[in-house]
Ligand binder design. Structure first.
Ligand code: ADP
Ligand code: MG
Length: 260
């Protein structure tokens, strides 16, 4: 099948990339439908984070195309992602250690404040208003995620699951239409994972979610569609039930001694 379905929020076509002479992604084609939760799974080293890095402009593909919200992206710039309506969380936490939780969250919306630090330094009144509005929005999102109490703490002072929530708040503060989550359940307890699943589902259909995750119960419960990568290639796609029963997927995971 060729062409990009009109209802795709993200579409990769034949994306390949070599790093240090190794073929990390090999002609990867993936469609992420609007307003749904799409999973991207596969054994360690399959290339999942690399897909995220290509989508967010940290890496440039050697060949292939990326379409986001219907427009072909010739060159994705990380600092312009918010303008495209895209936000991502990093594998791990990725918060700035020297900033408070609130400042970290506000950074996720700083593209909406053109002037940023310079205008703040000059105490421009209009910059103050925008900063105040962003602060208000950041606090509202933190409250929604149950981490408003953490506002003045540094990341290192917070329990790991709270840090992960702050990172989620940072992604949501720009009100993105597409949210890409790289292992949001990593280091999170079983009870919190169920809650996380409900939270992710609650964002749809207003937002599109692309989820990289190892916790199969979360992936199977929350995803409408799943793509499976192994050694840089798409080996399967389908509904959770289809993926669960796909022999090629089982084999890929067994080869890496991980359970599906
Ligand atoms: N900058 C890089 N240079 C060389 N190899 C890399 C680089 N980044 C990732 N890789 C390799 O690419 C493969 C895929 O990595 P990654 O996308 O992080 O996998 P996943 O997220 O699925 O675990 C791994 O073998 C990894 O070692
Ligand atoms: Mg990864």
């Amino acid at each position: 099948m060729s062409g990009v379905p009109v209802d795709s929020a993200i579409s990769l076509r034949d994306v390949s990339i070599k790093l240090s002479g190794l073929q990390i992604l090999d002609s990867v084609s993936i469609d992420v439908p609007q307003g749904a939760v799409t999973g991207l799974i596969g054994p360690n080293g399959a290339g999942k984070t690399t897909v995220f890095n290509v989508l967010s402009g940290f890496l440039s593909a050697d060949s292939g195309t990326v379409t986001i919200n219907g427009s072909l992206q010739r060159r994705i710039r990380p600092q312009r992602l918010t303008k495209l309506g895209v936000a991502r969380t990093l594998q791990g936490v990725g918060l700035f250690a020297t900033l408070s939780a609130l400042d970290n969250v506000m950074l996720g919306g700083s593209a909406s404040i053109r002037t940023g630090i310079i205008a703040d330094g000059l105490a421009m009144p209009w910059a103050d208003t925008r900063t105040a509005r962003l602060r208000e929005r950041a606090l509202a999102v933190m409250a929604e995620l149950g981490v408003a109490d953490a506002r003045d703490r540094f990341p290192s002072e917070l329990p790991y699951p709270v840090q992960k929530r702050v990172a989620l708040a940072r992604a949501l503060v720009s009100d993105p239409s597409i949210v890409m989550l790289d292992e949001p359940a990593g280091g999170v307890s079983v009870g919190d994972i169920a809650e996380l699943g409900a939270l992710i589902r609650s964002w749809t259909p207003q937002r599109t979610v692309l989820l990289v995750e190892h916790h199969m119960d979360l992936v199977m419960n929350v995803c409408d569609l799943i793509w499976v990568l192994d050694a840089g290639k798409v080996i399967a796609s389908g509904t959770p039930t289809e993926i669960r029963n796909n022999p090629a997927v089982l084999e890929a995971y067994l080869g890496h001694e991980e359970a599906v």
